[in-house]
Write a protein that binds this ligand. Sequence first.
Ligand code: NAD
Ligand code: UDP
Length: 318
Amino acid sequence: MHLNRRIMITGGCGFLGSHLCDRLTAQGHDVLCVDNCFTGTKRNIHHLLDRPNFEFIRHDVTFPLYVEVNEIYNMACPASPIHYQFDPVQTTKTSVHGAINMLGLAKRVKAKILQASTSEVYGDPEVHPQPESYWGRVNPIGIRSCYDEGKRCAETLFFDYYRQHKLRIKVARIFNTYGPRMHPNDGRVVSNFIVQALKGQPITIYGEGQQTRSFCYVDDLVEGLIRLMNSPDELTGPVNLGNPGEFTILELAQKVIALTGSKSKIIYTELPQDDPRQRKPDISLAKKALQWQPSVALDAGLTKTIEYFDQLLKELGE
Ligand code: NAD
Ligand code: UDP
C-alpha cells in the first residue's frame, strides 16, 4: 500500500463525501474532490480549498473524466427522495453512466474503486434484519426506482468489471446515515425533524410513524468506508455499513423533541409510495472482516447534529 495516495472522491461536496474529504486530507493523501454541486455545496469543502493536498473539480460524472489516481470513492448521486425524484432520469444516469465512467477510469489507471451503494437495494424487505445475501424486494417502476434500480445496476457493473477486467472493487451498502452537513432542505427524516423542532414548526410524520429505520452517525460510517477501501483485495463486498439500532419514526420524532426541548407538535401526513416498512442492517460481515461497528449512540449523534443545525439556522438568519 502506498503511504500517500492520490484519492478521488466523486460527490465530495456532499454530506458523506465532504466528511471523507476531511478525513483523507488530514491523513496526508492527495485528495481530488469531483462534484457538479447538484445537491452538494462548495461550502462543505471551503475549509479545505487552501490545503496543498486538496483539489476540487466541478464535473458531472455522467461524462468521462481523465485524471490519474490510485483510489476512487464513487459517492456522486443525490441521496434523499426529494432530490433524487427531482430529475429521476438524471438520477439513473448518475448511477449507471457515472459508474461506467468511473469504472472505465479505474480500469485505465488501475485504481481501486469503492461504490457507495445503499440499503435501498433491499427495497421493502421481507427479510429482517437484512444480510448481504438477501436479494431484496424492489419495485422496478415506482417513484423510488430511479434510485434503487440505478444503484442495483451500478452494483452489477462493479461486479462485471471485477469478473471481466479483474478490477479491484469494493461495494458498501450504506444504511441511513445522519450528521452535520446534511442538507437542511433535503427532506430526509433526521434533518427534517431537527429543523422543524428548532423552528417550532410541526414535526411531519409520514404514515403512522411505525415504519423503522436504523440511523448511523456520519463519523462511524466514514470510518467503515475507509476500512473497507483499505481491506484486502479479496474483500469485494457487498458489505453492509450501518448502525443496527432500530427505531420507529415516531420514536425518532419523540427523541428530537426531547433533545431540542421544542414545543413542536407532531402531525401525521400521507405515507409516500413504496416507503419501506422496516430496515436494519445485519453487520456481521463488517464486524468480522473490517473489525468495524458503530460507536456513536443515536442520542449522542442527534445532539451533535442538533448543534450543527442550530448554528446553521442562526447563520442563515432563520
Ligand atoms: P449528498 O446529496 O449530500 O451528496 C451527493 C453528492 O453527489 C452531492 O455533492 C452532489 O452534488 C453530487 N452529485 C450528484 N450528481 C452528480 C453528478 N452527476 N456528477 C457529480 N456529482 C454529482 O448525499 P450523501 O448522503 O452524501 O450521499 C453520498 C452517497 O452515499 C450517494 O451515492 C448516496 O446514494 C450514498 N448513500 C447515502 C446514504 C445516507 O444515508 N446518507 C445512504 C445510502 C447511500
Ligand atoms: N419521514 C417522515 N417525515 C419526514 C421525512 C421522512 O415520516 O418529514 C419518513 C419516511 O416516510 C421514511 C423515513 O422517515 O419512512 C425515512 O425517510 P428518509 O427520506 O430519511 O429515508 P429513506 O426513506 O430513504 O430511508
